[in-house]
Design a protein around this ligand. Structure first.
Ligand SMILES: [Fe+2]
Length: 476
């Protein structure tokens, strides 16, 4: 793969690490911005001269951008996650046990089913009881220092909940003081199990579960005030297949079975009881945007009679194949297939309605305070061309949208931070977004105005960061 063309820099390894580096800021930062943006993503794509096969399999690196209320400075730290997978890769030259990279399937099966799966936690970060915890799609977690990002070894929850697949998108609900999460356990039958983690606790509590013969690959879910929504697309596995030869990696064990359709399972957050299941056309989803309760109830009693669920839907699971590094050109195609859609899931039976909101986007974000509530604004990464991509802002109440873009720049996940004195669902605030600047062969941190998307500030990094996944803005 040529390293000359530009966007390929987004799939090139980064090993350079800096500590608490002051980045010069062009423009000015709002004086109320005093937290830190922490991001996670793959950054090392080779070991022992071999390249991993899938974007999701690069070794994790964390990045931290700390704001301290100064208008002209951001402090930047980045660290490769010193996971066991990382240490082994550096020692043996082999990156093992990953999402889609082949080799040694028996070991991986045993890792997956009998413990010791990968701890290459490159997907997301969460704050758990004062710790910064890096997460991936199996239930192993690495604790990191929230300021220096130094790895502190394996993170252990203070409970006995287990599973084989971990949903890295845990959902903090600031209105309820808890985080909701999801674990999938393979078995006969298999089970999607929901848990709650009260703020300040390390002990997860089981809410309830859905049992299923052939479990789907669930990357995220949605939350309303009273309900959890599990969206079960037909990208499913037969757990016994993990014991058979012939398939080489985790994701090879999943098949697209469109005849099953896509199902919404609605569970009561308090009792864990399943209150509705609704089936619709088959489509694939990585990321939910937000969800909330709507309608006045069939008897006008004020209870919700439907759930509004916004997510980025794909026509099928081809996007997973499009993210293989050998098919990086397909990356552009796959991004265009992500459609922001609004689904209306009836609680009392009946068809699921849906409407399009924005075509060609991924990595959608809303203000954390908008979660579970009727809301207005989504920020997302717009689909790329070879010349760059854009930040999209969508008003989900009107369908209006606009964008920020600059030739040669590839933005990552845009994180909206609402101004402290602004009230929901205001867009007063800033959008923090890193962007690979292929013109300058480095990454820039951009601070965009939440209302207009006008650029307020830009801080160039001392290196180019490969395309990452998710981050959180952590209040100080
Ligand atoms: Fe994700």
């Amino acid at each position: 793969m040529s390293m000359e063309a530009g966007f390929e820099l987004g799939f090139a390894s980064l090993s350079n690490e800096v500590t608490d580096r002051s980045l010069a800021v062009e423009g000015s930062l709002p004086d109320w911005l005093d937290g830190a943006l922490v991001r996670n993503g793959p950054a090392t794509f080779e070991a022992g001269g071999e390249r991993v096969e899938h974007w999701f399999d690069g070794l994790a690196m964390l990045h931290r951008f700390a704001f301290d209320g100064r208008e002209d400075a951001v402090r930047y730290t980045n660290r490769s996650l010193r996971s066991e997978t990382y240490r082994r890769a550096m020692e043996t030259g082999e990156i093992s046990g990953q999402f889609a990279t082949g080799g040694g399937y028996l070991r991986r099966i045993r890792q997956l089913l009998f413990g010791d799966p990968t701890d290459n936690c490159n997907v997301h970060v969460a704050r758990v009881d004062g710790s910064l915890v890096a997460m991936t799609e199996v239930p192993r977690y690495v604790a990191c220092d929230p300021e220096t990002l130094e790895s502190r070894g394996e993170f252990a929850f203070a409970d006995a909940l287990t599973g084989h697949v971990n949903c890295a998108h845990v959902l903090p609900d600031p209105h309820r003081g808890e985080t909701i999460g999801l674990l999938t356990t393979f078995g006969r039958p298999s089970e999607y199990m929901l848990y709650r983690l009260p703020d300040g606790s390390r002990s997860r509590e089981r809410i309830g579960s859905v049992t299923i013969e052939d479990p789907a690959y669930l990357h995220s879910f949605a939350l309303t005030e009273r309900f959890v929504v599990l969206t079960e697309h037909p990208f499913v596995t037969t757990p016994a297949s993990f014991l058979l030869p012939g398939r080489d990696s985790f994701v090879d064990h999943y098949d697209w079975r469109p005849e099953r359709g896509t199902r919404f399972h609605v569970l009561d957050r308090e009792t864990g009881e399943r209150v509705a299941t609704a089936v619709t056309d088959p489509w694939f989803v990585f990321h939910h945007v937000n969800a909330f309760e709507a309608g006045a109830g069939p008897n006008g009693d004020g209870d919700a009679d439907e759930l509004v669920v916004d997510l980025v839907a794909y026509p099928n699971a081809d996007v997973v194949d499009g993210l293989y590094l050998t098919e990086a050109a397909d990356w552009f195609e796959s991004g265009r297939d992500g459609h922001l859609r609004r689904f209306r899931v009836p609680l009392g039976g009946g068809p699921v309605a849906s409407e399009p909101l924005y075509d060609g986007c991924e990595l959608p974000r809303v203000a954390p305070g908008d979660r579970t509530k009727a809301y207005r604004y989504v920020y997302a990464q717009g689909a790329a061309t070879r010349d760059g991509n854009h930040v999209a802002k969508v008003d989900v109440t009107t369908g209006e949208s606009h964008r920020w873009e600059e030739s040669g720049l590839f933005v990552e996940e845009p994180v909206f931070v609402r101004a402290p004195d602004a009230e929901r669902p205001s867009d007063e605030g800033v959008v923090l977004v890193t962007a690979l600047n292929t013109n300058e062969r480095r990454t820039d941190l951009l601070v965009l105005d939440g209302e207009t998307l006008d650029e307020r500030a830009r801080a160039p990094l001392p290196h180019a960061v490969p395309f990452g996944f998710h981050g959180r803005y952590l209040e100080e």
